[in-house]
Every structure is written in structure tokens, then in C-alpha cells.
Design a protein around this ligand. Structure first.
Ligand SMILES: CC(C)(COP(=O)(O)OP(=O)(O)OC[C@H]1O[C@@H](n2cnc3c(N)ncnc32)[C@H](O)[C@@H]1OP(=O)(O)O)[C@@H](O)C(=O)NCCC(=O)NCCS
Length: 187
């Protein structure tokens, strides 16, 4: 079990990440258009491997609806101009058997990768998960995303399952799915 500092987070909050001043806040319905600007600025390779095509307005609308219902919590990161430069989402499973789990997804602007923003946002997801009394955080990714696995291992995640040819990308090619998870300490 990973040990992490417990702190009740109040959003928004601002901090330095590398040389950048970044504000972290919970995504709201009013963030629809700037989120769309962010997702449409992502390289095609990133979007191809995401579960849903988040460049489509209808998918962002569905995302916002899930936030309204409380099925998803998203912490977005924006720069001093207010442009979104990354986000992390926690998706809650309403099924009886898996209601103690939350699945996270993290996406950072290619221009700000490698400065620690992804790691910060995963920490935000730990905090959000603890506040929701979740017991475990899960990440699904392609098996070949080695640097993502290494980053998550350093944050306390462990590999749980490897599913062969489980994912199909937009071009119709299949890929193996790796499931990793991390237990949250009790709040
Ligand atoms: C994966 C991703 C979120 C990482 O975000 P990031 O802000 O660049 O990550 P960080 O700067 O916080 O780096 C965290 C660690 O990973 C390492 N790392 C990050 N990107 C790396 C890369 N391309 N190659 C090698 N190492 C990398 C960093 O060196 C750092 O190591 P440390 O823990 O020893 O300091 C980002 O690359 C991304 O948005 N990828 C596309 C979407 C995706 O694949 N999401 C993950 C699945 S949900």
C-alpha cells in the first residue's frame, strides 16, 4: 500500500510545475469549450489510443453529463492564460461488485510533458479517490506504454492483469491491455 500525505484539497489551487504556473481545478460544465480546444490540439497518435474520441463535441457533452451525475470527477490543469494543459479523470463504477474502484485517465499537453504535471495529476486523483472513500485506483493502458507503467510503478501501482489483443485502435489494429492498480490508504 502506498503512503501519501493526506490533505483535504480545496480547488482551485495554483502551484509551480517546472517553470510553469499551473492552476488545478475541478472541471465544470462551463469548461466544455476550452476542454474541446485542448483535446482538439492533441496529436492524432494520442487520440487514436484513447478509449473515446475526445475531440468530438458530443463526447465532451457526455463527459460533462457524467460529471453532473457524479459518475466522473475531473481535475484540469490550466496555465496563466486559462488554457487547459492537462487533466486527470476518475471514473466511478456503479456496479455493486466494483463500487470501491475508480479508474483514472491522465492526458498532458505534449508541450508540457516530462516536467512532473502527469505525476501531480495522479496525486490529485489519489486525493479525490480518498475523499470519495474509494479503496483502489485502477489504470488501463496499452502494454507497450512502458514509460507510463514505470511512472505508475514509482507512484505505487502494480500490474494486475494482461489481456491479449483486448484493445482495437482507430485503424483497426489490436493491442494488449495492461491493468494496473494502487490501493488507497484509509482516510
Ligand atoms: C503519460 C503522461 C500522462 C505522462 O505525463 P507527464 O506530465 O509527461 O509525466 P511526468 O512529467 O509527471 O513524468 C512522470 C515520470 O514519467 C517519466 N516520463 C514521462 N514521460 C516519459 C517518456 N515519454 N519517456 C520516458 N519517461 C517518461 C518522467 O521522467 C517521470 O519520471 P520520475 O517519476 O522518475 O520523475 C503523458 O505522457 C500523456 O499525456 N500521454 C498520453 C496519454 C496517456 O498515455 N495517458 C496514460 C494512460 S491513462
Amino acid at each position: 500500500m502506498a503512503t501519501r500525505k493526506k490533505s483535504k484539497r480545496a480547488y482551485p489551487w495554483t502551484d509551480k510545475v517546472g517553470d510553469h504556473t499551473i492552476t488545478f481545478e475541478l472541471m465544470k460544465p462551463e469548461d466544455r469549450d476550452r476542454m474541446l480546444r485542448f483535446t482538439q490540439s492533441l496529436p492524432a497518435d494520442d487520440v487514436m489510443f484513447l478509449r473515446k474520441d475526445i475531440t468530438q463535441p458530443v463526447i465532451i457533452d457526455d463527459w460533462i453529463e457524467k460529471i453532473r451525475r457524479g459518475a466522473t470527477k475531473t481535475v484540469l490543469a490550466h496555465n496563466e492564460k486559462g488554457d487547459i494543459v492537462g487533466y486527470a479523470s476518475l471514473h466511478l463504477d456503479q456496479l455493486l461488485w466494483t463500487r470501491h474502484l475508480g479508474e483514472i485517465r491522465v492526458v498532458i499537453s505534449p508541450k508540457l510533458r516530462g516536467i512532473g504535471l502527469g505525476r501531480r495529476l495522479v496525486h490529485e486523483m489519489f486525493e479525490v479517490g480518498r475523499q470519495l472513500k474509494l479503496q483502489r485506483i485502477v489504470v488501463n493502458m496499452r502494454r507497450d506504454q512502458i514509460h507510463v507503467q514505470q511512472m505508475l510503478e514509482r507512484l505505487g501501482f502494480k500490474a494486475e492483469a494482461l489481456l491479449t489483443d483486448w484493445l482495437m485502435d482507430a485503424a483497426g489494429r489490436t493491442h494488449d491491455l495492461l491493468v494496473m492498480s494502487c490501493r488507497l490508504e484509509e482516510s
